[in-house]
Design a protein around this ligand. Sequence first.
Ligand SMILES: [Zn+2]
Length: 398
Amino acid sequence: MSKTCTARWVFPVSGPPLANGTVTVREDRVEAVLPHGERTPDEDFGNAAIIPGLVNPHTHLDLSGARGLIPPTDPDHFTDWLRGVIAYRRTRTPEQVQADIRDGLAECLRAGTTLIGDIASEGASWEPLAASRVRAVVFRELIGLGGERARQSWVEMVRWQTQQRATATCRPALSPHAPYSVRWALIQAACRGGLPVAIHWLESPGESALIETRSGPFVTFLSDLGIWDTAEPITDAAYTLAHGSLHAPQFLLVHANYQSADVNVRPNTTIVYCPRTHAAFGHPPHPFRDFLARGVRVCLGTDSLASNPDLDILAEARFVRSRYPDFPGDQLLRMVTLSGAEALGWADETGSLDAGKSADFVVVPLPDADAPDSHELLLADHAGERRTMFRGQWRSAP
Ligand SMILES: [Zn+2]
């Protein structure tokens, strides 16, 4: 038994938008995506867009209780913000962390997210994500610059790799946190682990100073934490880029605010640009257009509620639209759908509306207006409840 839906616009992402196009679902799959007039719809959503399920490849659901509590700093005082995050984490009990993860997940689902890449201390979001009607890649966070902490993390990493079995919707991955917090040998081991890898990458100017000249605010920060014994554990940036893109099945460079686009990386590598978090810290313009021009995949992420106002990935695309009115709308939509699915290794299954893929889509209300490019309607700020189909079933009753 199949069902055909229509709306003012259908955005398959893998092809051009279809005015009053149709999406036909059979069981949990997309059966057909067709122009207007070829199939009689069973349901018409009116002035709305049908888009692929949204993909948010970078969150920390376990920080969802921190909304508004740790104000972003200017770029040169980023380590002060990190100190705030560390202090905040120390106040949370495991029960509070689980409640925070559930709250953040609920917010992602309301936004129409059907695929989440979540970085979690101790992999704590695995159970809630695996049990929810969402697809997920859970990146177990690894931290350890000093030898002993790095060894513990390595043991945890090996256990995660061997014990955490993928389900139909949830897959394990690794996140060596950042070059300033993870010994280079552990980053190297994570990239060789056979799982997707995400690493926070050159988010602030101090990270470049640390890596290149062993100087700057991170030396004080690491000294205060008691882990600045020697420069030896700090990885080389070029080495990590080359190593990760050579060995990890998917390699996500999160932020890359201060990464020159003049790098050679393989197709497994994705830049994850977090637009509103980037703006909150007042960084110089992000080089995402330069990466795209060089053929490097870029997708958008929200980052956590410790630095972002909400977990709505479509709002990130709308924010970029407001800052860069000339940037093509079709590319922006791709950056919150198919590019994110490619980054996380799920593009065979989701990320675009194509026959055979999982029936994951969102119905997004559109404004009462016309625009020469239909993407402008989708990218205009417009409220209204979104409805989400995941694997052929509505998340809430239509
Ligand atoms: Zn992050």
